[in-house]
Design a protein around this ligand. Structure first.
Ligand code: FAQ
Length: 321
């Protein structure tokens, strides 16, 4: 048992607060408050789960991509999402939580993943809309996380953001091709944007006055901006992009507000968001069933990898003796 000398706890807490205030990074071996650790595990786990569940909606179109080029791009993108999951589970492991434990919480519904991945991909244009809007929203939210106070999470986000930026551009390019294609292709692109717009705005989380974690996470510099600030930033970026795509956004209240220097937008259906979070979205059941199945079917791979690692470790011990 470690004995904490009187005053030592206060000194460690003060050291932590000072490091955060000075914009220094907190590293795995540094002392941190239990609540800071728990908040990071919660957010990083939810983020990692989103990346791997997020593979499903687009993977749905790999076998039906309209050309070899589109198929190769889509396979690479879906693989990137798996990689993002791995970086993030590794970042969570540095906080003392195993990947097994986190996956168990995902599979048993005790940890969340992003609401956005509970919507179906009905047409090929949905692949473009996910790239443009979902990856676009993800980048807007995640670029500030590169400056998160926890070192391993911040460093993982640098690479993830570079890849997400490529994903966003491929989605934009795909939609641009459809929007400027035949009448039917244009209509398909418009329909996809109509369905993905509002759920993309919900990705940023509840409004600030209902966000239970924002204030503390911002004080700890885990989050750098509030949910509403980032949502507004995303709307301001997306509106001119929609114009240059030749597509409209499904919001009659969307207009430039000269005074605010931002676009005003209509009310978000937070009842729908809450329903999706409760498991009642269009694809919640399908997503989690597929995830559990993939995990079971991958059991032999995990066993083989563990046996391989054990064999190498035994050989190294033998060689060292
Ligand atoms: N969906 O107090 P807040 C991607 C929950 S990755 C589900 O505001 P916080 C890449 C929240 O957990 C997308 N749950 O919470 C990709 C909390 O629940 P709890 C994922 C949500 O943490 C692209 C409660 O509501 N990105 O797209 C959502 O301060 C294409 C109260 O909310 C990240 O995870 C939601 N949308 O702020 C992959 C980024 N929003 O735990 C494949 C990192 C909120 O108390 C294809 N995460 N909740 O039970 C964050 O920045 C934050 O966690 C927020 C939420 C902003 C998501």
């Amino acid at each position: 048992m470690t004995t904490v000398l009187p005053g030592a706890q206060d000194a460690r807490e003060a050291g932590f607060e000072q490091a955060v205030a000075a914009d220094e990074r907190i590293e795995p071996r540094d002392w941190m408050p239990d609540a800071y650790r728990a908040t990071l595990v919660r957010q990083i786990a939810q983020h990692a789960h989103s990346e791997i569940i997020g593979m499903q909606p687009e993977a749905n179109w790999i076998t039906r991509a309209p050309s070899l080029r589109r198929k190769a791009i889509l396979i690479a993108k879906v693989q990137d999402e798996a990689g993002h999951g791995l970086y993030l589970y590794s970042a969570a492991e540095t906080l003392g939580t195993s990947r097994e434990e986190l996956l168990d919480k995902l599979h048993s519904g005790r940890q969340k993943y992003s609401s956005i991945f509970n919507y179906p991909t009905l047409t090929w244009a949905d692949v473009g809309a996910i790239g443009w809007l979902v990856d676009g929203a993800a980048i807007t939210n995640q670029v500030p996380l590169c400056r998160c106070s926890y070192g391993p999470y911040a460093r993982a986000m640098v690479r993830i953001c570079k890849e997400e930026s490529f994903h966003q551009r491929q989605g934009y390019e795909l939609l641009h091709a459809l929007s400027n294609g035949t009448e039917a292709q244009h209509a398909m692109a418009q329909d996809a944007v109509n369905r993905w717009w509002w759920p993309s705005l919900m990705m940023f989380g509840p409004p600030d006055d209902q966000s239970s974690h924002s204030a503390q996470s911002m004080a700890w510099k885990i989050k750098r901006h509030s949910n509403d600030e980032l949502r507004q930033r995303f709307v301001d970026i997306a509106v001119p992009q929609a114009e240059s795509l030749g597509l409209t956004l499904p919001d009659p209240q969307l207009r430039w507000n000269e005074e605010r220097g931002h676009y005003d937008f209509g009310p978000i259906d937070w009842t729908e968001f809450q329903q999706v979070l409760k498991g009642n979205g269009p694809c919640n059941e399908q997503r989690i069933t597929q995830r559990r199945r993939a995990h079971q079917e991958g059991a032999w791979v995990r066993e083989a990898a563990a046996a391989h690692a054990a064999k190498h470790s035994a050989r190294n011990t033998e060689a060292a003796a």
